[in-house]
Design a protein around this ligand. Structure first.
Ligand code: KG4
Ligand code: ZN
Length: 344
């Protein structure tokens, strides 16, 4: 089966073509057009600007994905697109484009929860044309989803059976990285900037709080950690050393909470297969800390698939479609983007 994936939920316009035959997955093309350079000027994503960029780019990106795969639309068996969550006007661009393409070309259509896309990103093979065996999937597993908009612990019981174990009650962890970077005068997005400074700093220079670490549940809170950094900075004179030490101490505190809550989820559920996904899972310190835990079977996506991409949407669409093959009909024409879609 040849699947075209389309993703436009935030500030990446993306299209990818996957080939899946006898449980063997090959990525034929994977195009991600990031708007980060545009939004950098505003210190964050501006929804109106993002939607306009998606409008301009979506068709050329889809054309490029098909061209790189040496295929045409007629060769596609299934179109998979992100339904939500995300920015309403950004989501609409991808969704309406996918609906139109499916309708005029009489293609099968499936809509995908963006978060489920991230859950499958660890299965994407390292590079285009490399093969991956999809029989590697063992249920259940726990996913820690960490990105600019999400911090969630999800128990994945089957291809379409998920249980939300815990989530952030305020800021997402990626958002905290971005805000702390801003306080330190570093660029946007803040995660990679913090990581770059942190490797040169002292992780124990500042003792920062680990919010909700001892709460009975599996929820997170990062607003307090961010505020603690702000108060500490008010007491200090900004210097290159301070930036490095604060970045290192913040990174340690954030990863510590993520790891310890994940371990709590592991011991509560007795599920030792863990996937960490989403933009923040690119963080090398996080990878090192998680990978260092004994008796945990931990998987990360290739770094290129940690951020938003359409290959993960195509794969999630493929799994969903195969649960009810032939289930596609014209009902999809009435679908509306769901900016607040959750995982259930
Ligand atoms: O998944 P993503 O690309 O977009 C969504 O939010 O859906 O995640 C972006 C987030 C940003 O907050 C960014 O600062 C963070 O991921 N990030 C990182 C790193 N690379 C990206 N955070 C920590 N360390 C990194 N190396
Ligand atoms: Zn995402």
């Amino acid at each position: 089966m040849i699947v075209l994936g389309i993703e436009s939920s935030c500030d990446e316009t993306a299209a990818a073509v996957l080939s899946i035959k006898m449980d063997k997955l090959t990525i034929l093309s994977n195009i991600v057009n990031s708007q980060v350079k545009i939004h950098k000027n505003y210190g964050g994503v501006v929804p109106e600007v993002a939607a306009r960029q998606h409008m301009q780019n979506i068709l050329p990106i889809i054309e490029l994905a098909l061209e790189n795969a040496s295929l045409e639309l007629k060769d596609i068996d299934l179109i998979a697109v992100t339904l939500g969550p995300g920015l309403a006007t950004s989501l609409m661009v991808g969704l309406e484009t996918a609906k139109t393409l499916a309708w005029i070309n009489n293609k099968n259509f499936i809509s995908v929860n963006h978060l489920v896309g991230h859950i499958w990103s660890w299965l994407l093979p390292v590079k285009e044309r490399a093969e991956k065996n999809l029989t590697e999937v063992n249920f259940p597993f726990i996913t820690l989803l960490v990105s600019g908009g999400h911090t969630e612990l999800i128990l994945v019981k089957d291809f379409n059976k998920f249980e939300l174990l815990g989530r952030t009650l305020d800021d997402a962890v990626g958002e905290a990285f971005d805000k702390v970077a801003k306080m330190l005068g570093l660029g946007y997005p803040g995660g990679p900037e913090i990581a770059r400074e942190a490797v040169k700093g002292n992780r124990d220079a500042f003792s920062l709080p680990r919010p909700m670490l001892d709460s009975d549940d599996l929820n997170f809170s990062f607003a307090g950690l961010k505020t603690a950094v702000l108060y500490e900075l008010k007491k200090q004179k900004i210097s290159k050393k301070l930036i490095k030490d604060m970045a290192a101490s913040f990174e340690k505190a954030a990863v510590d909470v993520l790891l310890r809550k994940t371990l709590k989820a592991v011991s509560n559920s007795n599920v030792k297969n863990v996937v960490v996904a989403g933009g923040v899972s690119a963080n090398q310190y996080l990878r090192q800390e998680f990978a260092g835990v004994k008796d945990l079977n931990i998987k990360f996506p290739e770094v290129i698939y940690t951020g938003d991409n359409a290959a993960m949407i195509a794969l999630a669409g493929y799994f969903l479609y195969n649960l009810k093959p032939g289930g596609s009909n014209n009902d999809y024409l009435g679908l509306k983007a769901l900016p607040n879609l959750i995982i259930v």
